[in-house]
Each structure stands twice: as C-alpha cells, then as structure tokens.
Design a protein around this ligand. Sequence first.
Ligand SMILES: [Zn+2]
Ligand SMILES: [Zn+2]
Length: 128
Amino acid sequence: MTRKKRFGVSLDKETFELLDGVAKGLGVDRSRLIALATREYLAGQLHFTRPHECEGVLILSYSSSDKSEVDELLESSGPLIVSRSHLHTKAGCCVEMLYVRGPSDSIWNLHASANKVCKECRYVPVCL
Ligand SMILES: [Zn+2]
Ligand SMILES: [Zn+2]
C-alpha cells in the first residue's frame, strides 16, 4: 500500500460543506475525495505544463447579457476555433460548444479569458 502523507488543509465553511455532502453522496471519506479531486485537477493542469499542439472541446455557458463580450473574445481567437455551436438552455443561458486546435498556450489563454466571463468553462483535451 502506498504510504500516505498528512497535512493540514483549511477550507472555508461553504467548500467544506460541499466536500462533506459530495463525500457522503458518493460513500467515500473526505480524504479519499480530496485525493481523487486533487489528482483530476492536477492532471488537467499538467496537460498545459508541456507546450504542444493541442486540440479539444471547450464548453462555455454564460448569461445572454454577456454574449457580446464572449463574441468579442471568440472572434479575437480566430484560427484557434475550428467549429462553434451556439445553443440555449431552457432557462435562457447561452451555451457554446467549441472545437479548438492550436498551440497549447493559446488554448490555455482562451480558457483563462473565457473563465472570467463565463459561469461555466470546461476544456476537454483530445490530443492525448
Ligand atoms: Zn493538449
Ligand atoms: Zn445565446
């Protein structure tokens, strides 16, 4: 069995309650859930530590009042965006499904900029 390291983690009350609720819902203890979540998050970050030609699917959702800001961002990203689908949720939120391809640092920057405007912003690389 892998040796474990212990360290203190401080979470705000809301994050702790979220963690506790999800751990109970999944039937795992909090330490196990933190280990799983940390690995998944770090694997996502690790993807961008090595510069490479990347491609994948970027999913954005945002309030329709932010559409012009998102349009501007996407238009300035020009050749990175291979395909773009725009849909609406039942509640009227805008959803963009983008297929992007290009240098990993450019995709990282697009993701970071979109994160500032969008309620939800997920990148799923398929370049692996
Ligand atoms: Zn990649
Ligand atoms: Zn829309």
